[in-house]
Structures are given as structure tokens and as C-alpha cells.
Write a protein that binds this ligand. Structure first.
Ligand code: NAD
Ligand code: WQD
Length: 343
């Protein structure tokens, strides 16, 4: 079987880490990305880690002709890992049409191209956001999908449904991976998350505050029904997450999937509060963080963490890296960025 794997959004945060895992396992990743939220220099850094620069084409998934053209030039693609999407929750509230267009049209064109070129294996980036605030914790895959609180979240729900419906009527075999909170960076410190502008997510905000790019970390809310009053999340190391994509793809390649479309939670199964995340960061970095409490952020769920039994049993995958390692790697990456690794 061919070893070519298309990685859409492969120069982005999770995509770049997955490209490394694919290369390590002897695959030939082909990257399509429009660079709307990533930097082409990431490709050189991938090559510094793996010794191989992956094939890269700057293509927008919503450019149907460009996409079709790509597939007619690249034959024998064994499967696709589809990361490419816009992902900023607040921005999606402000610009819903842009988000629906990018994330849904992009997926539809990709599925059309797959059908036309008889490529039938798809691993899709979904999100724990589909669960909203679950009634039972840890949350299992059969927990009800709740009304999305943002257009971004809705694009994940709609995309899962599109993939599901399509898999019932075609040769498509798909796995939707519902990530909890991906954080951290490659152990080399050479690739990591590259937020554009002011970060919304906790960990890049912490590391940017620690390095002096931001004055103060604002902790959103201290009166949640949790032991220390701050929200609880299931943080997962991006390299563990990347590994799971490879395993999911191989499950499809070996025909081990039990249904045309499967869903798996990807987290550690452990919930940590915002204050615990800050403490872990301070411990591993030795930096005292400047932070203060502020009002709750609208739309935040109080607590969510994964039941990972299904991924453990069916994929044979388990997250290995703990919170300290996640924080240490995120900090190494931030320091490398400050030292000019991209310059
Ligand atoms: P990212 O922004 O770093 O990577 C996404 C990549 O897709 C970027 O390089 C961007 O330029 C590219 N892209 C976006 N729209 C495109 C289009 N129309 N055509 C071509 N390329 C396009 O984000 P990430 O954190 O690596 O997330 C990857 C996937 O995982 C996304 O689908 C995201 O929604 C999902 N996800 C992320 C998180 C998270 O917290 N990071 C959590 C759950 C799910
Ligand atoms: C984590 C915790 C904040 C920033 C988002 C998306 C979700 C998924 C992952 C893609 C929360 C608190 C944060 C800050 C803070 N992405 N916080 N100060 O909200 O769990 O999920 O990213 O699918 O869809 O909504 O992650 O990192 O933004 O927040 O106190 O400056 O940190 O309130 O409790 P979240 P996050």
C-alpha cells in the first residue's frame, strides 16, 4: 500500500506535529495549507527535526479547482488527515459566514475530491466542544452532542454529521477524533503553537505573559463549582495527540474499524483547574506568573474531561505525557520563539 498521506492544515499546530509522527513511521506526508493561520517556515523546522522536508502546496481548500488539480497531480494517496479549519471561537461569533464557509465548504470540496479520486480513508479533527457542558463526567463518546455555543463549535458538529452521512452511502471510512485541550510543543522545542495576535487559549497566554509579551494573565472566573473555583479542562500533549492520528489512520488502512464512521475522545482523562495549570507552569519554568482574577468569560464550560476508555481499548492509544511535561515543552518553545527561531 502507498505510504502517501495528505495532511490538510499540515503547517499548523497539530498538523505539523502529526507530520513528524508520519515521517517517523515511514509515511510520506503531503501538506496542503493556505497559510491563513500558519507560517511556511514551519516546514524548515519540521525538516530540522525529521531530516525530511515534506511536500507542501499552498492551496485553499475552498478553491475547488486548485484542490481538484492537486489530486490529479498526486495519485496513490492512502488516506487524508483533515486539520485545515479556522478555530478561534470568539472570531467565529463575529464572522460566522467566514467560519461556515471555510470549515464546511472546505470539507465538502475535500469529500468530493476524495470520491472522484477514490480515496476512502479520512481522519477528522473534531473537538470536545461538541459536548458543551456534559451532564456526566468523565464524558464518553455516547454523551449527547449539545447545541453549539459558537459557530466554530457548530462547524465541528455539522462536519461530523456530513462525514457520517457520507460514510453511510459511499466507500468513505472515517474516524472523528474529539480533542480535549491540546497544549505543549515538540520535545525538541523546534515546533509548537503559533497564535496570531493575542492568544485566546490559556497556555500560550501563560507562556507569553511569562516571557514578557503580555503584562498579566487574566483568570476568567473564580466562582465555578470546582474545588478552587476555576474551570477544569483535560489538557493533552500535542505529540500524544499527533500519535493518535497515525494510529487512527492505520486502523482504517487495516480495515479494523467497526463502523464506517467512528468517534474517539482524545484526552488524558485527568481534569486540571486553571490555577493548577498556572502552578504546574510556575514549577517547571521557575517563573512567577503575573495573574489576577477577572469575571467569567462568556461561553466557558465549567468542567470537562474525557473518558478515554474507547481510545484505549479500540485504538490501543493512551496519552503518555503529563501536565508538567506539557508545560515544560510549551515554555521551551516560547523561549525559542523569543530567541528568534523563526527569524
Ligand atoms: P491551526 O490553525 O494551527 O492549524 C490549522 C491549519 O489549517 C492552519 O495552518 C491554517 O492555515 C490551515 N487552514 C485553515 N483553513 C484552511 C483552508 N481553507 N485551506 C487550507 N488551509 C487552511 O490549528 P490547530 O490547533 O492545529 O487545529 C487543527 C484542527 O484541530 C482544526 O480543525 C481545529 O479546529 C481542531 N481542533 C483544535 C483544537 C485546539 O485547541 N488547538 C481543539 C480541538 C480541535
Ligand atoms: C481553558 C481555560 C478559560 C485564557 C477552547 C475552545 C474549544 C477547543 C479548545 C477547539 C478556561 C481559562 C483562558 C485566559 C483564562 N478548541 N482561561 N485566561 O475554552 O477550554 O477551549 O480551545 O476545538 O473549542 O473553546 O480553552 O485554553 O481558551 O481555556 O482564565 O487568558 O482557561 O476560562 O477555563 P477552552 P482555553
Amino acid at each position: 500500500m502507498t505510504k502517501k498521506v495528505l495532511v490538510t492544515g499540515g503547517s499548523g499546530y497539530i498538523g505539523s506535529h502529526t507530520v513528524i509522527e508520519l515521517q517517523k513511521s515511514g509515511y510520506e506526508p503531503l501538506i496542503i495549507d493556505n497559510l491563513s493561520n500558519s507560517d511556511e517556515r514551519m516546514l524548515g523546522l519540521i525538516a530540522r527535526i525529521s531530516g525530511q522536508k515534506p511536500l507542501f502546496e499552498r492551496i485553499d481548500l475552498c478553491d475547488r479547482k486548485g484542490l481538484m488539480d492537486f489530486f490529479s497531480r498526486h495519485r496513490d494517496i492512502a488516506g487524508i488527515i483533515h486539520f485545515a479549519a479556522l478555530k478561534a471561537v470568539g472570531e467565529s461569533v463575529a464572522e460566522p459566514v467566514r467560519y461556515y464557509h471555510n470549515n464546511i465548504t472546505g470539507l465538502l470540496y475535500l469529500l468530493e475530491a476524495m470520491q472522484e479520486h477514490d480515496i476512502n480513508r479520512l481522519v477528522f479533527s473534531s473537538s470536545c466542544t461538541v459536548y458543551g457542558q456534559p451532564e456526566q463526567l468523565p464524558v464518553t463518546e455516547d454523551a449527547p452532542v449539545q447545541q453549539a455555543v459558537s459557530p466554530y463549535g457548530n462547524t465541528k458538529q455539522i462536519a461530523e454529521e456530513i462525514i457520517h452521512d457520507s460514510s453511510q452511502q459511499s466507500k468513505l471510512r472515517a474516524i472523528s477524533l474529539r480533542y480535549f485541550n491540546p497544549i505543549g510543543a515538540h520535545e525538541s522545542g523546534l515546533i509548537g503553537e503559533l497564535p496570531l495576535g493575542v492568544p485566546n487559549n490559556l497556555i500560550p497566554y501563560i507562556t507569553q505573559t511569562a516571557i514578557g509579551k503580555r503584562k498579566e494573565l487574566r483568570v476568567w472566573g473564580k466562582d465555578y463549582n470546582t474545588p478552587d473555583g476555576t474551570c477544569i479542562r483535560d489538557y493533552i500533549h500535542v505529540s500524544d495527540l499527533a500519535q493518535a492520528h497515525l494510529i487512527a489512520l492505520e486502523r482504517l488502512m487495516k480495515g479494523e474499524n467497526e463502523k464506517p464512521h467512528e468517534y474517539f475522545n482524545l484526552g488524558t482523562g485527568e481534569g486540571y483547574s486553571v490555577l493548577e495549570a498556572i502552578q504546574a507552569f510556575e514549577k517547571v519554568s521557575g517563573v512567577k506568573l503575573n495573574w489576577a482574577f477577572y469575571d467569567r468569560r462568556p461561553g466557558d464550560v465549567e468542567k470537562v474531561y474525557a473518558d478515554t476508555t474507547l481510545a484505549n481499548l479500540k485504538l490501543g492509544w493512551k496519552a503518555e505525557k503529563g501536565l508538567d511535561e506539557m508545560m515544560a515543552s510549551a515554555w521551551k518553545w516560547e523561549k525559542n520563539l523569543a530567541a528568534g527561531i523563526l527569524d
